[in-house]
Design a binder for this molecule. Sequence first.
Ligand code: CP
Length: 339
Amino acid sequence: MPVQFKGSHILSIDQFQREDIEILFRTADRMEPYAQRRKMTRVLEGAILGNMFFEASTRTRISFGSAFNLLGGEVRESVGAESSSLVKGESLQDTARVLSGYSDLICMRHPQSGSVAEFASASRVPVINGGDGSNEHPSQALLDLYTIEREMVARGRAIDGLRIAMIGDLKYGRTVHSLCRLLCLYDNVRVVLVSPRELAMPEDYVEALREAGHSVLVTDRLEESIAHVDIVYSTRIQEERFQDRQQADLYRGRFRLNQSIYTRHCEPNTVIMHPLPRDSRAEANELDRDLDANPNLAIFRQTDNGLIVRMALFALILDVADQVDRHARPVHWFNPRLA
Ligand code: CP
């Protein structure tokens, strides 16, 4: 059964069917003029988003907040566990009971796997998982797949039949966990999983891909893995999940991609993706800045798409998707984006 977005928590990619993704993506298409400030709408006027980030974030937190604002809603934030009463021993359930009295929808990030689901179990309003430990990051996977669809369509292709290499810390990287689950909804995908053996993709994700009928290759060799794929999806070593920095340093910089490696090994037009932040420190430099001039680098198209996919999630969950265009108004101020 397709998910009923209205009033639903968004906790895991497991809750979606392919039809849901189609509804979400076609709703996201309609959000683009509003995200680009070509038009404005106030369909969420009076609604409050509780943006609760108990772990570091730049794009997820700000894009959730901006997406809610762009639909006319207000945003209240809590940033960092140390500034919340969780440090006084308050439970996630009590926190949820309190915050769901103040908000109409809550986005939450927390360092423990399963924490957002625990929070949601006591919330009176819908909760979106903005990343729970190394478990899942469903809205990131949705914006990643939306980007993949757009990039493939521009090349006369579709998600079905996709060839993708996921590279880096596949053990702790929650974005690739959610993306694997999402790809299981599609047909005939070839997935190459490139990581140090110690940071390999957990077996249940590999099994799920194989059960979906996909071809899966697990390897620690970068250059041959990127040779025959449509998408190279690089990820950061998730230092915050390691015991200490020295442990992360053992793997940092193991899989660097730069323009010279891309030119030598990738097919022309191979799309380069990364959920960001990319680790640009010299010892990591996982996606070299010399790729910034490569038109196939889609990392900032991903972040722009994050805004419209998150607007679509809000519009569907709060059941205003059909009203957005009806309440559209022109924008009168100077728009530097369009200049
Ligand atoms: N991709 C992502 O989750 O980025 P942030 O950690 O900056 O939110």
